[in-house]
Ligand binder design. Structure first.
Ligand SMILES: [Zn+2]
Length: 135
């Protein structure tokens, strides 16, 4: 089964264009200052539509993770086991991602520092992260 490609919309296009250009972008609310991902039309904190895209430093911290040892989608069977990790960027936006050097989840920990590592998969640039100080 082939890799599912993201649905590009007018709302999330800057996010995907940013990754293709080598940067991770998040949305910033010009009304309350909130930063978030994934892309949406209104600020999830104050519901203002007055927003802009900003580039992230690409640095963040692990909030939580799980390691999948069963493929719930057929296209993921050949990469078992793999992690799904919640990362909070230093700018405050959060995203679900994968850690590229997590050693099947054994090196992951809450609060571990990570940095952006964009990977291209079947023509799609994906925001993944690597541990900056793997133990
Ligand atoms: Zn807001």
């Amino acid at each position: 089964m082939s890799f599912p490609v993201p649905e590009i919309t007018d709302v999330n296009r800057p996010y995907w264009d940013g990754l293709a250009a080598g940067e991770l972008r998040y949305q910033h609310c010009k009304c309350c200052g909130n930063n978030w991902l994934p892309a949406r039309e209104h600020c999830p904190q104050c519901l203002s539509a007055d927003r802009e895209w900003r580039p992230s430093s690409g640095k963040g911290t692990i909030l939580s993770w799980v390691v999948y040892r069963h493929a719930y989608a057929p296209h993921l069977a050949d990469r078992l086991p793999y992690d799904v990790t919640a990362v909070e960027l230093d700018e405050g936006a959060r995203l679900l991602t994968n850690i590229v050097n997590g050693d099947e989840g054994r090196k992951l920990s809450v609060g571990a520092r990570v940095e952006l590592c964009i990977e291209n998969e079947e023509g799609v640039s994906l925001p993944r992260f690597k541990l900056t100080d793997p133990k």
